[in-house]
Design a protein around this ligand. Sequence first.
Ligand code: FMN
Ligand code: SF4
Ligand code: SF4
Length: 319
Amino acid sequence: MSTEKCLSLTSQKKFVMAVINSRTREKGKIIIDYDKCIACGLCVAVCPDKSLEITDGRLHESEKAVFGCIGCGHCMTICPHDAIKIEGRETSGRDLFTLPPANLFPDYDSLYALLSSRRSIRHFKEKEVEQEKIDKILKVASTAPMGIPPSDVQVVVMKGKEKVRAFSEDFAAVLRSSRFIYSLLGSRMMKPFVGKEISELFSNFLNTLVSSYISNMEKGTNKILYDAPLAISFQTTLYTDPADAYIPATYATIAAESLGLGSCMIGGVHPFIKKGAKEFKKKYGILDRFSGGIIVIFGYPKYKYVRGVRRSFKEVKVI
Ligand SMILES: Cc1cc2nc3c(=O)[nH]c(=O)nc-3n(C[C@H](O)[C@H](O)[C@H](O)COP(=O)(O)O)c2cc1C
Ligand code: SF4
Ligand code: SF4
């Protein structure tokens, strides 16, 4: 695409703020190849930001944009003429790839078969997870919807049982140092400040959980990350919806299942280190301040389940 044939209109708009996060503070630069564009309007129709417009038969960046190009790439992935590219917000035309053929898609029955066979796995064979499989898990996880691009989800891979155990031991030490907060007395004292529900959560659940984490670790049993051969932490910066971490984590469990690995979500770490634990976080590459975080453990299952158990939603309402 030669410079004179392309038009970047981003500079013409001065009043639209970009959606910022820890990776970007700018909106995407829209580059249109007018030699190729036939002004069919497909990109205009799919742009979630109303960043594009056709006036007098010519495509251009719109003054009615909501945030300014968010770099989602919908325009460049739908254009039948390869006439539009986005640069910036950690994306570019170089990220485009040919879609896999539809005959490779799992149908409903095979997807249901895989997902309904999944159990949370907490016992693992003494076998490492191969790097090739870790790469495949991360490749699938990165396809998850993760809020406004570019994703602000940070991933930390703890590879090997020793690393996972060291993390768990250090985490137990962090809990030990803040043991009082989770004690019955601590939860009673905080009740006037945090309210009945949180106080009850502390006294009925977190108190027992923390005691179990600490006492089991002292006996050499890892009830935190279960001595898995692999643990991956997904976390979001304060710019981002905490849900952005949980969705790739969920995709990772599905990818693991397809690779013959078991997995288990571990939500019992991040809430305890949301505040403080600076040294611990630094040691393990965990963000000092995060909006949400979850760990998933992986490994080859030691035991095989022979049947499933039907699950239900609290309620499904049609309105
Ligand atoms: C967000 C989330 C956090 C979880 N955290 C933990 C955890 O900290 N420790 C654990 O042993 N299991 C954890 N689990 C696993 C659940 O306990 C598990 O899904 C439940 O026991 C049902 O078992 P199933 O997944 O085999 O159906 C978590 C699950 C979810 C969805
Ligand atoms: S989809 Fe492609 S050809 Fe159609 S208007 Fe957009 S850039 Fe032009
Ligand atoms: S990348 Fe997304 S927001 Fe930007 S112009 Fe294309 S469709 Fe619109």
